[in-house]
Design a protein around this ligand. Structure first.
Ligand code: AGP
Length: 602
């Protein structure tokens, strides 16, 4: 969630550092800072607030230094403040560092350093790093960093500069991402690809336990013992325009509209002549598997609930679905007969990563579903299947979720095939999946209708989403989306549970979004809705083409699609509803308050 940029080269570093940080703004932050270095010393400037506040405090033309580091911070230890912002410098102001991650043993290290006479100025865990480097530095910066990181417990991506070598930048990483790239005018590093994509598409994705020394025209990769390593560059297939808004008001709306293409890409090459092609599952022998665990956070957890429902319907196996933050501390049985599936857009979510590591230690078979090539989770899982949604910039997950549903449908069908349990109408499901990009386009054409329905939220502080069976998964995601971007309180209820208490909340003009797409229970949901209408609720009903629903004013019918796939078109509608609700309330849609795109700390 914090962002790092670093540069050393032949041109001014400051504009490059700031531009890189801007491209990482979507990750969320509460303060920003830079250090520029030359043989005259360090210039460090940091500010609480937005990057614009930092820029306003800097005389942008006055700094001609060609080496520097930058950081956007999302507070973990110590409140958001100027003092707690990065970079942190040593007392002599000869070394400056920025850090992403959490140093778990920082209190012990801090006490040891204070005994040695070091003075701390911030409440952060990160400040320990600069003092440790200072303590170990005896002329060789890589050696000092190597000694420092060996003392650290936790996660870190560190970027360091020093006045002793003013044209060098040093990095080290463990459990937090860091990449390095080279171009004609200099050498770049960053915590995430968009920050350097403008300059180069060929990058080194550092592994845990690696450090790098950057000079204007070279990169040297070392292990923590300072042994040189040979590493390959990875070509990034994205271009920068994919990370720009491209004509839409927000990244979120752009990403909602990218769903037909994202689903098409996710299906590409995975269904050939009516057969599912997922070679990553070849090594899984379902006769060896007794239990299946589905683990993720937030929206990705809702994708897991969807997969759980499919497994319950098609596979004869015990399946649990648990948020990663619970799973990692729970008592869930994992052994070599357990298949653990981790779903994550970013591939960096701390809780999901920790749960994955735990399953690996217990010898479970692990599969990741991720959207980010080379992400930590994708590198650790036994097998990774990628959703091909492209970079998702808005904090609210949209295209990542619907592509997760598509890919998980294929995964569960394939596992069912392996057990000779594939549903009899598998061919219908596959044909409908292949039609899904078109179906989603039809949903996007209802943009204006969802905008009109979102106006119902005008004077409302609450909304209720109700549904049964697989619709209950969509209502949970619909409610989360509305909450996170519009700040309207939204709850998801099983439609049949309303009368057991929650119906007391329904009053004149209360907004209720009711989903009734599952043929066996749709009529029952509709009678539950009537109970809310009788109490004055403003109900929006989303149902199927043929479902009887006489007398409903606000009704949307999704195209004919196999019931297990109805979650996908329904979700596109609830995304649009949440989006326009947030716009109506004047929210910062792409960067909702208190949230970060990728939650890389616990
Ligand atoms: C989605 O809209 C959220 N912002 C959030 O719940 C997200 O899905 C969750 O943090 C998991 O992220 P991941 O998919 O990158 O692991």
């Amino acid at each position: 969630m914090c962002g790092i940029t670093g540069f050393t080269g032949e041109v001014r570093a400051l504009p490059i550092l700031l531009r890189g940080l801007e491209s990482l703004e979507y990750r969320g932050y509460d303060s920003a800072g830079v250090t520029l270095v030359s043989d005259k010393g360090l210039v460090t400037e940091k500010q609480k607030g937005r990057l614009a506040d930092l820029e306003a405090s800097l005389d942008l033309d006055a700094h001609s230094q060609t080496t520097g580091i930058g950081h956007t911070r999302w507070a973990t230890h110590g409140i958001p403040s100027q003092l707690n912002s990065h970079p942190h410098t040593n007392e002599a102001e000869t070394i400056s560092i920025v850090h992403n991650g959490i140093i778990e043993n920082y209190q012990t290290l801090k006490e040891e350093l204070i005994k040695k006479g070091y003075i701390f100025h911030s409440q952060t865990d990160s400040e320990t790093i600069v003092h440790l480097i200072d303590y170990y530095y005896q002329g060789d910066m890589m050696e000092a960093i190597g000694k420092t990181v060996k003392k650290l417990e936790g996660s870190y991506a560190i970027c360091v500069v020093t006045t002793e070598h003013p044209d060098e930048v040093y990095v080290a990483k463990s459990q937090s991402p860091m990449i390095v790239g080279m171009a004609d005018d200099g050498t770049y590093c960053a915590s995430d690809i968009p920050a350097i994509l403008e300059y180069t598409k060929d990058v080194i994705i550092l592994e845990d336990g690696q450090m790098a020394k950057l000079t204007p025209h070279s990169v040297q990769i070392l292990d923590f013992e300072c042994n040189p390593l040979k590493v390959e560059f990875t070509h990034i297939p994205y271009d920068m325009t994919a990370a720009q808004k491209g004509g839409y008001d927000t990244f979120m709306l752009k990403e909602i509209y990218e769903q037909p293409e994202a689903i098409r890409e996710t299906l590409r090459g995975r269904v050939e002549h009516g057969k599912i092609v997922l070679p990553q599952l070849d090594s899984i022998d379902m006769s060896d598997i007794q239990y299946v665990h589905l683990v993720a956070c937030g929206t990705a957890y809702h994708a897991c609930l969807y997969a759980q429902s499919l497994i319950q319907q098609w596979l004869d196996r015990i399946v649990t679905c648990v948020p990663a933050s619970e799973f990692r501390y729970g008592y869930h049985h994992v052994d070599e007969k357990t298949l653990c599936i981790f779903v994550t857009q970013s591939g960096e979510t701390a809780d999901t990563l920790a749960a994955l590591k735990m399953c690996k230690e217990k010898k479970g078979k692990t599969i990741a579903i991720s959207n980010v090539l080379g992400s930590s989770i994708s590198r650790i899982a036994d097998e990774t299947l990628y959703t091909c949604a492209g970079p998702e910039i808005a904090v609210a997950s949209t295209k990542a979720f619907t592509t997760q549903l598509v890919l998980l449908t294929l995964v569960v069908l394939k596992l069912a095939e392996k057990m000779n349990k594939a549903p009899k109408d598998e061919d219908v499901i596959l044909a409908d999946l292949m039609r899904m990009p078109k179906i989603v386009e039809e949903m996007l054409a209802l943009d204006g209708t969802m905008k009109k329905y979102a106006d119902f939220l005008q004077d409302q502080h609450d909304a209720y989403f109700i549904g049964r069976q697989m619709d209950y998964i969509s209502v949970q995601e619909g409610a989360l989306k509305l909450k996170e971007i519009s700040y309207v309180h939204a709850d998801a209820y099983y439609a049949g549970e309303l009368k057991h208490g929650s119906i007391a909340l329904i009053e004149e003009n209360t907004v209720v979004i009711a989903l009734a797409t599952q043929p066996e229970v749709a009529a029952k949901t509709i009678s539950n809705i009537e109970e809310t209408i009788a109490r004055g609720a403003n109900v929006i009903l989303i149902t199927t083409q043929n479902q009887e629903a006489p007398g409903f004013k606000n009704i949307i019918r999704i195209p004919d699609v196999h019931p297990v796939l109805a979650n996908i078109p329904v979700t596109v509608l609830t995304q649009l509803f949440a989006y326009y609700g947030a716009v109506l309330k004047g929210r910062d849609v792409d960067k909702p308050r208190n949230l970060a795109k990728s939650v890389t700390v616990e």
